[in-house]
Design a protein around this ligand. Structure first.
Ligand code: BTN
Length: 322
């Protein structure tokens, strides 16, 4: 039905189509026509509706196009196998399924919207249609299972560099892998691993970027804490270009990591960090603590100097910058 309505609109080439004509040609009531138009609006189509004249299509939704994205890619394998969906519960779930069906490293899953986008620590990820980037990259790294936190940090560096090559905004990394602009979150990363007998089988690296969201696209509880690249830069961002840029950085860093280990990644992470040198409060499974974040250790843990002068290392938990 959706395609038929759009087809009729297309025939009228930007002109008005009356509700009567739509109802007659589709053989449904005018109320049903209105309901379908509303459904299309939810998907990002915009219509002008004028009494007695009908509906006019004024905007089609921004959609990530596979062929354009493929044309922009400068990678060997990352994103070369590409699965784009209109709606998924979560790109993470779909990526797990695709790996089980034999998809290789570098496979990328993208959704225009997610109905159950997952965040870290059991939270959800706000994923409205057509404005964000919700993607999951399949990785099969040749590393021991306990090294995977290093890849979380690598992903943060990749996103940070990939974003800043496309948009001129001051992005900082908050340990372990939140990306912030002016203290507000613009991007988050969720790594999920699959292992067997302590052997790492694969990782699905989920990345969410708030790209073209406007203030009204955020629910009230997120407005204070989240922002988007469009809000911060004052312009609409090309999502395909952004994805290509992040994948290019990701693949380069991933290759470097396999060749030279974590040391160079750690240096790059420290250079982009908003946490180091700052007083942080950490809520970890072992309770709360406050201290000054001093460094990143060789495993990716955050080294914190406590008020009594002792050092401690944080491997999981939530960091709040004071
Ligand atoms: C966080 O900061 O809490 C992590 C957010 C990760 C969100 C991304 S969006 C694409 C992928 N699919 C999901 O369900 N989650 C990740």
């Amino acid at each position: 039905m959706k395609d038929r309505i759009l087809g009729i609109m297309e025939e009228h080439r930007g002109g008005f189509v009356s509700g009567g004509e739509l109802s007659r040609r589709l053989d449904v009531s005018r109320t049903a026509v209105w309901k379908h138009i509303e459904a299309l609006r939810q998907e990002g189509y915009a219509f002008e509706a004028v009494p007695k004249r009908g509906y006019r299509l004024v905007q089609t939704p921004d959609r990530i196009k596979a062929d354009r994205l493929q044309g922009l890619l400068r990678t060997k394998s990352f994103g070369r196998r590409l699965h784009i969906f209109e709606t998924l519960d979560s790109t993470q779930t779909k990526a797990h399924e695709l790996v089980a069906a034999g998809e290789p490293e570098g496979t990328l899953v993208i959704a225009e919207q997610q109905t159950m986008g997952r965040g870290r620590m059991g939270r959800s990820w706000h994923s409205p249609p057509g404005t964000g980037v919700y993607m999951t990259l399949v990785l099969k790294p040749r590393i021991p299972l306990h090294f995977t936190p290093q890849l979380t940090l690598l992903a943060a560096v990749a996103l940070n560099r990939g974003i800043q090559k496309v948009v001129d905004v001051p992005v900082m990394i908050k340990w372990p892998n939140d990306l912030l602009i002016g203290g507000k979150k613009i991007s988050g990363i969720l790594l999920e691993t699959s292992a067997e007998d302590e052997r790492l089988r694969y990782i699905v690296a989920g990345m969410g970027i708030s790209v073209n969201l406007q203030p009204d696209d955020y629910p009230p509880e997120l407005k204070e804490r989240a922002t988007s690249l469009a809000i911060e830069s004052g312009r609409r961002i090309d999502r395909e270009q952004l994805i290509a840029s992040v994948l290019e950085q990701f693949e380069q860093l991933y290759d470097l990591y396999h060749e030279a280990g974590f040391a160079p990644i750690r240096t790059l992470w420290e250079a982009g960090s908003a946490s180091l040198g700052r007083t942080v409060r950490v809520a970890s499974p072992h309770g709360e603590l406050e201290g000054v974040a001093e460094a990143l250790d060789e495993h990716g843990g955050l080294v914190v100097r406590l008020p009594d002068g002792q050092q401690t290392r944080i491997f999981s938990g939530e960091v709040e910058l004071r």
